[in-house]
Design a protein. Structure first.
Length: 176
């Protein structure tokens, strides 16, 4: 027999299953809720809607509970308030800077575009997001492990990022 699941992981898993069962039951008892859920067009909308109804279904396997904070573990970075982004410099040198950015249900202001003089390479560590470039059609979906190079002065915006525990980005900036 292989290794067993740790007891705390089993408890968290069973709690999430219980949250999903309670959410499903609430949909059976409230047709209006069912209609609201049916109108969602993304996983993130479902998670946010369930959260406003009091159900915690958004945490992915292996993620710690929201609010835990371990300064030495980047993946445990706490979220800023909803609709906001926070960043901190992790390292820098002559002509470059490495930042950790956390977005909580953040999107760029409508019709606002970021225009940076630096090159930017970004990697999603946690959560998901959508970016849009002014000179391209559609959005780019990013999930954990996805990375993207953004040339200097290429106008772009964040269309959306995940609610708490948020989207965690590792961003490297440099002058070409």
């Amino acid at each position: 027999m292989g290794p067993r699941m740790a007891e705390h992981d089993l408890i968290r898993f069973l709690d999430k299953v219980g949250q999903l069962q309670a959410l499903a039951q609430s949909l059976e008892n409230d047709p209006q809720r069912r209609d609201q859920l049916a109108s969602c067009s993304s996983h993130n909308q479902v998670v946010a809607l369930a959260q406003c109804w009091g159900f915690d279904i958004g945490r992915r396997w292996g993620e710690a509970a929201s609010g835990s904070n371990h300064a030495d573990n980047l993946l445990q970075t706490p979220c800023p308030p909803p609709g906001k982004e926070s960043s901190r410099e992790l390292a820098s040198g002559r002509g470059w800077q490495l930042k950790l950015i956390c977005s909580n249900a953040f999107s760029s202001p409508v019709e606002s575009w970021m225009d940076q003089s630096e090159m930017e390479w970004v990697l999603v560590l946690r959560g998901s997001a959508q970016l849009r470039f002014q000179d391209a059609e559609g959005v780019i979906d990013l999930s954990p492990g996805d990375h993207l190079l953004i040339p200097s002065n290429r106008l772009h915006r964040v269309e959306r990022s995940d609610p708490d525990p948020g989207t965690l980005w590792l961003a490297l900036y440099w002058h070409a």
